[in-house]
Design a binder for this molecule. Structure first.
Ligand code: GRF
Length: 190
């Protein structure tokens, strides 16, 4: 069995897509969900699927051991960030080399970096008049949205697109491709 931990800060629609996709892979499982917000919708998702969940805080997350004991207790092989807004501490990057993966709702290196998340990204794409946007799935390093790219997919935009319709088009790509790419990586097909 290859086990994934998902870190999420928000509603968890990407986490839901991953969990659903992994139910169709007998050698993959989601073993733990970690959030930094006690109000995160992803906690209800974890409960609905019977997946252990943990609410962390900055003191714990950036402590010397961070979440290592808990990640090992839950047999974690890979970590997927799905709307997780904090930088990953070095202790986790060292413990999980090339095994922490993130999805960003834009075509990096454009529109990435500190503070570039959620609707802000799509508002900037709209303001720039770009004719395409998309997703970037990448390995996580010590900076925001900076690690080695794994996969990108673009979507065409029209002048009638708003930042909301851009967000919707990009989210559809996320929900389709993030689970598929994670399955490929975790089953050594990528
Ligand atoms: C997604 O847009 C993802 O690209 C970004 O954070 C958002 C998470 O949304 N990293 P959700 O919580 O998975 O619905």
């Amino acid at each position: 069995m290859t086990t994934l931990a998902i870190f999420a800060s928000g509603r968890g629609s990407n986490a839901a897509a991953i969990i659903e996709r992994f139910t169709r892979e007998e050698e993959l499982c989601v073993g733990l969900i970690v959030t930094n917000s006690p109000k995160a919708g992803v906690l209800q998702l974890a409960e609905a699927h019977g997946i252990p969940a943990h609410v962390t805080n900055r003191r714990e997350f950036y402590s010397a051991q961070s979440l290592l004991p808990m990640l090992h207790e839950h047999k974690t092989d890979f970590i997927a960030l799905a709307g997780f807004l904090w930088l990953v501490p070095e202790v986790l990057l060292i413990a999980f080399p090339a095994k922490i993966i993130n999805i960003h709702p834009a075509l990096l290196p454009m529109y990435g970096g500190k503070g570039m998340y959620g609707q802000k990204v799509h508002e900037m794409v709209k303001a720039a008049g770009d004719r395409e946007s998309g997703i970037t799935i990448h390995y996580v390093d010590e900076q925001y949205d900076n690690g080695e790219p794994i996969f990108q997919m673009s979507v065409k935009l029209t002048t009638t697109d708003t930042s909301e319709t851009i967000a919707s088009k990009v989210l559809q790509l996320e929900h389709h491709y993030y689970p598929e790419i994670l399955v490929q990586i975790l089953t050594n097909k990528k």
